[in-house]
Ligand binder design. Structure first.
Ligand SMILES: Cc1cc2nc3c(=O)[nH]c(=O)nc-3n(C[C@H](O)[C@H](O)[C@H](O)COP(=O)(O)OP(=O)(O)OC[C@H]3O[C@@H](n4cnc5c(N)ncnc54)[C@H](O)[C@@H]3O)c2cc1C
Length: 345
């Protein structure tokens, strides 16, 4: 790498894209810091299940993660669909062959791969960014202050560094007309490697469980004309909103509502897409859901996050001007993030 090339990189967000990017930048010889607002380490066996897709699997293989991910694979034997009265409408047996892992297991594997090749600032967040043309001066919420050559925003759809550089989220977020609520609950339902899905017009409740003794995961979706932005700062208002859409005393809905009330990992969000004209500005770039976050219902965000991180690191890797690397990264990704080219060199 030429001596004038950027060397010190701050990655904001140690999720799927941020962890993979930090790994690959470390491999390319960069001095990498990752700042992650969550203080605790990723928890095995927690979170929604993601399918990696072809590109994600390829990146995972190049990182040597496949053995750990295969061990964490969660098989799905059956999906049972219920109508609004709770009667069985159909049962579906999936074809199989996909690599499906819980987000917590994927993050734990990525974090283990990253060990020793990046500094992780857990429980902190970027407060301000000041690009003086030569470097980016970063102030953290903790009061720490550091200087980097490049900063990459990888904090998911509600990226705070994107807000600092490009402005508020609203113009970039395209609401799809749905809200979702996800949370874990004890598997008292006798479910094993299966999903039960209750559906009524404009509303759906999915309950999924895998091994015995592991928590079940609920995902509720509801259709709503206006995005309920006002409830997002208030976890109790979120619960009230969701509960109002599922008043029926059928199937396990009353139990799901009680469990949602008590859940310590409830995640309520709008479903939508991030559309932004450029993914970089001067010494700053975006990767993962922060750049192209799509509807979670499309089910391919994890693979795209891994592929995007890989391509960005590969373009920055040889050194040279970061502007050209950012432009080539964006061009390649916009042309089809799901097709991962063979490694360079
Ligand atoms: C319910 C649900 C189901 C899904 N199902 C699937 C599926 O089946 N298949 C699939 O491929 N994808 C699925 N996805 C999408 C997938 O999880 C995302 O596309 C993927 O996680 C995007 O990776 P990312 O690294 O961009 O963001 P994330 O993985 O969300 O990581 C962002 C990281 O940034 C951190 N962060 C946030 N704010 C800050 C801050 N201010 N400072 C520092 N750190 C911060 C977060 O704590 C997190 O660690 C699903 C998503 C949801 C919500």
């Amino acid at each position: 790498m030429p001596p004038s090339s950027p060397r010190r990189v701050l990655v904001s967000g140690a999720g799927i894209a941020g962890s993979a990017l930090a790994y690959w930048l470390g491999r390319h010889g960069f001095d990498v810091t990752v700042v992650e607002k969550t203080a605790s380490a990723p928890a095995h066996g927690r979170g929604h299940v993601v399918t990696l897709g072809e590109a994600g699997r390829e990146v995972a293989e190049r990182m040597g993660l496949l053995p750990a991910l295969r061990a964490a694979h969660v098989g799905q034997r059956l999906t049972t669909r219920l109508d609004a009265t709770g009667e069985v409408r159909e049962t579906v047996r999936p074809v199989g062959g996909e690599l499906r892992v819980r987000r917590g297991d994927l993050l734990a594997a990525l974090r283990a791969a990253l060990e020793g090749s990046a500094e992780i600032l857990a429980g902190d967040s970027v407060a301000t960014l000041d690009d003086d043309g030569e470097a980016v001066h970063v102030a953290f919420d903790s009061g720490d202050f550091r200087t980097y050559d490049l900063v990459i925003g990888a904090e998911g759809p509600h990226s705070n560094t994107r807000r600092l550089v490009f402005g508020p989220e609203r113009p970039f977020h395209h609401y799809s007309g749905q809200v979702f609520a996800g949370f874990s609950l004890p598997n008292d339902f006798g479910l094993a490697h299966e999903t039960v899905e209750w559906e009524a017009p404009g509303r759906r409740a999915r309950l999924t469980a895998y091994g015995p003794g592991e928590p079940a995961h609920a995902c509720l979706t509801l259709t709503r004309e206006d995005p309920p932005y006002t409830v997002f700062g208030d976890p109790w208002a979120q619960r009230e909103l969701v509960r109002g859409y599922f008043p029926e005393q059928v199937w396990h809905l009353p139990r799901l509502m009680r469990a949602m009330w008590r859940a310590d990992d409830l995640h309520v969000d709008v479903v939508g897409e991030i559309r932004i004209r450029a993914w970089s500005h001067e010494r700053f770039a975006l990767v993962g859901d922060a750049a192209w976050g799509g509807s979670l219902l499309a089910g391919e965000g994890a693979g795209k996050a891994l592929a995007g991180a890989y391509v960005l690191a590969e373009e920055l890797g040889p050194g040279g001007a970061h502007e050209g690397a950012f432009a080539r990264y964006e061009e390649r990704l916009r042309a089809g993030a799901e097709k991962l080219p063979p490694p360079r060199g």
